[in-house]
Write a protein that binds this ligand. Structure first.
Ligand code: ZN
Length: 81
C-alpha cells in the first residue's frame, strides 16, 4: 500500500521527508510540528514557520493594539533547539 501523502503547493518531498517552504522567510523546513505550529484542530500545520509565525503574530498585535501595554508584552516562545 502506498502511504497517503498529500502535498500542498508549498511542500516538497526530500529524502528526509516532507519539507515545507515558509512564505515569509522563504526557507524550507521539515513539515512537522517542531518547525511549524499546528492549527486549532491539531492536524494542519501553519504555513509560516514557528519563528515567522511568532513575528507575524507580534506585528499583528502591535498593529491592533499599538497603545496597549498588556498586548505589547509577549512572552518568548521557544522556537528551535
Ligand atoms: Zn519562516
Amino acid at each position: 500500500m502506498v502511504p497517503e501523502t498529500k502535498l500542498y503547493k508549498n511542500e516538497r518531498i526530500t529524502e528526509l521527508g516532507i519539507e515545507r517552504r515558509c512564505p515569509m522567510c522563504g526557507e524550507w523546513w521539515p513539515a512537522d510540528d517542531e518547525f511549524y505550529a499546528k492549527g486549532k484542530n491539531g492536524r494542519r500545520l501553519y504555513s509560516y514557520c514557528r519563528a515567522c509565525n511568532i513575528e507575524r503574530g507580534q506585528k499583528q498585535i502591535l498593529k491592533l493594539y499599538p497603545n496597549c501595554k498588556r498586548h505589547n508584552i509577549i512572552e518568548p516562545i521557544p522556537i528551535l533547539r
